[in-house]
Design a protein around this ligand. Structure first.
Ligand SMILES: [Zn+2]
Length: 76
């Protein structure tokens, strides 16, 4: 099981934090890059109060279809 939150405590930096994204359903997802695989992953950080997507729970990974369709935060 991938645990992006553990990346910050790992000296190997398996995941590099890229930014936050607000999904259309209201959830906030965090984007990461798995540095060894050059693979983009996104995980739900906060479930939106009105989200009806059952599998959107904090820590759950998103499919590529769910990524990039929301509003990316630009503060990074
Ligand atoms: Zn959601």
């Amino acid at each position: 099981m991938l645990t992006p939150r553990a990346a910050h405590s790992s000296p190997l930096m398996l995941f590099e934090f890229c930014g936050l994204e607000v999904l259309p359903c209201g959830c906030v997802a965090a984007d990461y890059v798995a540095t060894l695989l050059s693979l983009d992953v996104a995980a739900v950080e906060v479930k939106g109060p009105h989200c009806t997507v059952g599998h959107h729970t904090p820590g759950s990974l998103l499919t590529p279809d769910e990524q990039g369709s929301g509003t990316a935060a630009s503060w990074v």
